[in-house]
Design a protein around this ligand. Structure first.
Ligand SMILES: [Zn+2]
Length: 234
């Protein structure tokens, strides 16, 4: 334990100068012992999760500013038209889809997905409400499609919560795409009350199914799997 010769403040063993009056510390005993590690880290390293969350919060604030400007401009200058609703809604959906997941903790990923599903539906509702509320497509088309998409993402999230092989990952993604494709087709057909199947849906579904079957066979067949792993590093 040493004290500053000038002001008498207590000094840490690692101190090179007094923290209070900047008087250099000359302690022959400690100099003889060589460098003493300072009791505090030279810089603070935030954990990766906290750093990402911090960045997301900063970006959120940046996103908030133009919205405030838009709303104020709208309310002050063009009161007959609420155009800022679209700006705010678009900013909100960008925030919910791209920043909100980084602010939420990983263990709450299903809650995050549920909130994002509601936010997406709400975003679509803004356009529905201002454009064509008489046609009724929101509840019979937009909401079921929204639910189907987010359920597929949730299923994939559950699958990838453990480490998977590339082949199994491909099978899971293709299975999710094929299921989603079938549901999209059903929802659209129910909405249009006809067996109207878009060619895109059919083509996408069939190609997914063929690839899916190929990967399942490859996964079961040892020789084919070995060949694929040599060729494509699976
Ligand atoms: Zn001092």
């Amino acid at each position: 334990m040493s004290y500053c010769v000038n002001c008498g403040v207590e000094l840490a063993d690692s101190a090179r100068k007094c923290p209070l009056c900047d008087t250099p510390v000359l302690n022959p005993n400690i100099l003889a012992e060589g460098n003493v590690e300072p009791p505090f880290p030279s810089h603070i390293e935030l954990p990766k999760g906290a750093r990402t969350r911090y960045t997301a919060v900063i970006l959120s604030l940046v996103l908030l500013l133009p919205n405030i400007v838009c709303v104020i401009t709208n309310l002050l200058l063009t009161t007959h038209q609420l155009w800022s609703v679209y700006v705010v809604a678009t900013s909100a959906i960008v925030w919910f889809l791209f920043l909100f997941p980084f602010i939420m903790k990983k263990k709450h990923k299903y809650w995050t997905l549920a909130v994002d599903a509601v936010a997406t539906a709400a975003y679509i509702f803004v356009f529905y409400y201002y454009d064509s509320p008489t046609k009724g497509w929101f509840w019979t088309l937009a909401v079921p499609l929204d639910v189907a998409v987010f359920l597929s993402i949730a299923a994939l999230c559950a699958f990838f919560s453990e480490k998977r092989t590339i082949l199994h990952s491909l099978i899971a993604i293709l299975a999710a795409l094929t299921t989603l494709d079938i549901f999209v087709c059903l929802i659209v057909n129910l909405y249009r009350k006809s067996l109207w199947v878009t060619y895109v849906t059919l083509i996408l579904g069939i190609s997914c199914l063929i690839l899916l079957l190929f990967f399942i066979v490859a996964d079961k067949n040892y020789r084919l799997r070995a060949y694929l792993s040599r060729k494509f590093f699976f």
